[in-house]
Design a protein around this ligand. Structure first.
Ligand code: COI
Length: 354
């Protein structure tokens, strides 16, 4: 087991922070001064270090590039009005990271490195946490296979990194979503529940086609009937139908167990909704839309936070929503933001102090 006290820390000679325009931070474009790095060699994690953010050199035969043993996470850190730094629900991401690792036949990472390493890194770069509303420090843990060989087998060596990116909102505007009925993101027994890089690579073709038709993302459906709803490119999905908040269930292992999804479910219950995690198909959504009981549709994600959907298209049927009049999604977002920014009581213990 690595003791974080053994972590080697090398700080930058000159910080880049003065070059950053904190008022204008596109998602994931800028990186803080430092990163965390660790190597899995000879069956154990070692060389845990925090060092200046920098390029890494590899041989072209790197296993991660050829066979996709690569997983990641998305987490956010915020500051409260007193300027103290907090990470939002990092243990949930830690657990999910290790589930992804197991599914991709990769080694699990110890808490000391993932959680304590992250805390130390953020403590060093805490000035990079933006204070502006809807802005945060996006944390990107990533692990990938580093053997250099072209035979298909699990790598024996891996690298783990944590990068920090001060960032603004991922989707600034209400979204237009295309219900996908040809391509498939995940099937039962597959890797849909894991946050492996290939799930995102595999989504880009269908998304590009939807974008050509003026849509921002696709809503994935099941692989057999293309009717049962899964998740949107970078978010889980919620439907407000009457007094129910319905979100697709996790049991088939085809969607991501989102941390923002779980937070939204708790807040929706607090707001008096009956939250249903279950299979939901597009016919039910269309029927509720036609009856006028489907009032709001929104996505949830670490990057996306709570993103209203103003248009949902299935075949030739277009469902349009006037998001300006919505009450629920903005309220969930407000409560979540206030908890994250330390402006509302953290009664669920979601904040982890740096
Ligand atoms: C996140 O919400 O953190 C994600 O990882 C989605 C996307 C940016 C890949």
């Amino acid at each position: 087991m690595i003791d974080t006290m053994d972590m080697q820390i090398t700080k930058v000679k000159r910080s880049k922070i003065k070059d950053l325009d904190f008022e204008n931070l596109p998602f994931g474009k800028y990186f803080s001064d430092h990163m965390l790095e660790a190597d899995y060699v000879n069956g154990e994690w070692q060389n845990v270090s925090i060092k200046p953010y920098q390029p890494i050199m590899f041989e072209p035969s790197l296993v991660a590039l050829h066979y996709g043993q690569a997983i990641f996470e998305g987490i956010k850190a915020y500051k409260n009005p007193a300027g103290e730094a907090f990470i939002f629900r990092p243990y949930d991401n830690f657990k999910r990271f290790n589930l992804s690792a197991e599914r991709m036949q990769m080694p699990v990472i110890p808490e000391e490195i993932f959680i304590e390493g992250m805390r130390t890194l953020i403590d060093i770069d805490k000035d990079w946490i933006p204070a502006k509303e809807d802005y945060s420090l996006y944390i990107r843990p990533v692990m990938f296979a580093t053997d250099t060989a072209i035979g298909v087998k699990p790598s024996e060596t891996y690298k783990f990194l944590i990068l920090l990116s001060p960032t603004g909102p991922y989707y600034a505007q209400p979204m237009k979503i295309y219900v996908e009925e040809k391509y498939t993101r995940a099937a039962p027994g597959g890797v849909g529940f894991a946050k492996n890089a290939g799930n995102y690579g595999g989504s880009m073709y269908a998304t590009a086609i939807a974008k050509k038709q003026g849509y921002d993302q696709v809503l994935w459906t099941d692989c057999l009937e293309h009717k049962w709803l899964h998740e949107v490119g970078t978010m889980n999905i919620f439907f407000i139908i009457g007094n129910k908040a319905i979100t697709p269930s996790l049991d088939e292992g085809t969607i991501l167990d989102g941390v923002t999804r779980s937070s939204a479910m708790t807040i929706l219950e607090e707001l008096g909704f009956t939250v249903e995690e279950r299979r939901i198909n597009i016919d039910e959504v269309i029927e509720a839309y036609k009856k006028g009981t489907l009032t709001e549709v929104f996505g949830t994600g670490t990057a996306a936070t709570i993103s209203p959907i103003k248009e949902l298209k299935y075949k030739d049927f277009v469902m349009e929503f006037d998001t300006n009049g919505w009450k629920t999604a903005p309220q969930v977002k407000k409560i979540l933001t206030e908890i994250r920014e330390g402006k509302r009581e953290d009664k669920y213990g979601w904040l982890f102090k740096v």
